[in-house]
Design a protein around this ligand. Structure first.
Ligand code: ZN
Length: 279
């Protein structure tokens, strides 16, 4: 079978930007290139469509470690006055997530919109909305997705975020999903995001609306360093990650373990652990 050709362009630092579809000025490149990804926050070519960098951004804020980091990344990138947040009340069992998102938005000094979506709880079958299920760990569930996977969650979140962005004239949507170092959720992968971005652009007649996933290729340790760099650590102390809704964090669930490993590998103390240990 013929290999899928990937068109690439170079950012201003000379790193490869992978593009799943053609751009007029992009040269052909061999598939499977493994160039490192540009980490320069000030590189306006860091992602595609950087000509829109002065536009407004809407951050999908769950109140967790990654979306908190992305909120401050967006503030650094677009300016505080141009950033707002959207949080989804999707019937999550642990309401502390919503409190965390609200606190983080306040600490960041950005406006937050909370949108209700009760359909995931009505569908059930996952441990984040169904109280009869206990969150599975990656070790216990290596051959399939763990029951913390909420099918379609990010697709729906980003589509509603795009609808809100469209209504408010916002050109950029920022999400904390990443395809490295996670539980293998398929809607956290770049190809899903690129396909969804294209669908949104076509379906909303918004050809420049852009989805940003700045953590996509970072390890958890790298996201910790990014959080430090963009000034997210004070708000990080009020973020919430634990799948079991525990404060202090349970330390046992997949989410707690990934977070702890990331901070350990980065050699940085988790401000959430420090705060909750004091209280
Ligand atoms: Zn936990």
């Amino acid at each position: 079978m013929r290999a899928r050709r990937i068109l690439v362009a170079r950012c201003e630092n000379g790193y490869t930007m992978r593009l799943p579809w053609a751009r007029d000025n992009a040269p052909d490149a061999a598939p499977g290139e493994t160039d490192p990804v540009c980490r320069d926050l000030d590189c306006l070519s860091m992602e595609h469509c950087m000509e829109q960098h002065t536009d407004k951004a809407l951050v999908v804020l769950s109140g967790g470690q990654d979306s908190t980091t992305c909120l401050f990344w967006a503030i650094r990138r677009f300016g505080q006055a141009n950033v707002s947040a959207v949080t989804f009340d999707y019937g999550q069992r642990h309401r502390i997530e919503l409190e965390a998102a609200s606190t983080v938005a306040k600490l960041a000094g950005v406006a937050q919109t909370v949108l209700p979506i009760d359909t995931f709880a009505a569908i059930g079958g996952n441990a984040l909305t169904d109280a009869s299920l206990t969150p599975q760990t990656g070790e216990a569930h290596t051959d399939a997705l763990p029951n913390t996977f909420v099918p379609g969650r990010n697709l729906i979140f980003l589509t509603f975020a795009a609808a809100l962005a469209y209504t408010r004239g916002i050109g950029h949507i920022v999400t904390g999903v990443a395809q490295t170092d996670y539980s293998g959720y398929p809607d956290c992968r770049e190809n899903t995001l690129k396909a969804l971005e294209l669908a949104i652009r076509l379906g909303m007649d918004a050809p420049r609306l852009t989805l940003h996933a700045p953590l996509m290729y970072m390890t958890k340790a790298e996201t910790v360093h990014l959080a430090e760099e963009v000034g997210a650590m004070a708000a990080m102390a009020w973020s919430h990650t634990c799948y079991n809704g525990a404060v202090p964090p349970c330390g046992e669930c997949d989410s707690c373990r990934l977070r702890a490993r990331g901070f350990a590998e980065a050699g940085v103390a988790d401000p959430l652990i420090e705060r909750t240990a004091r209280s």
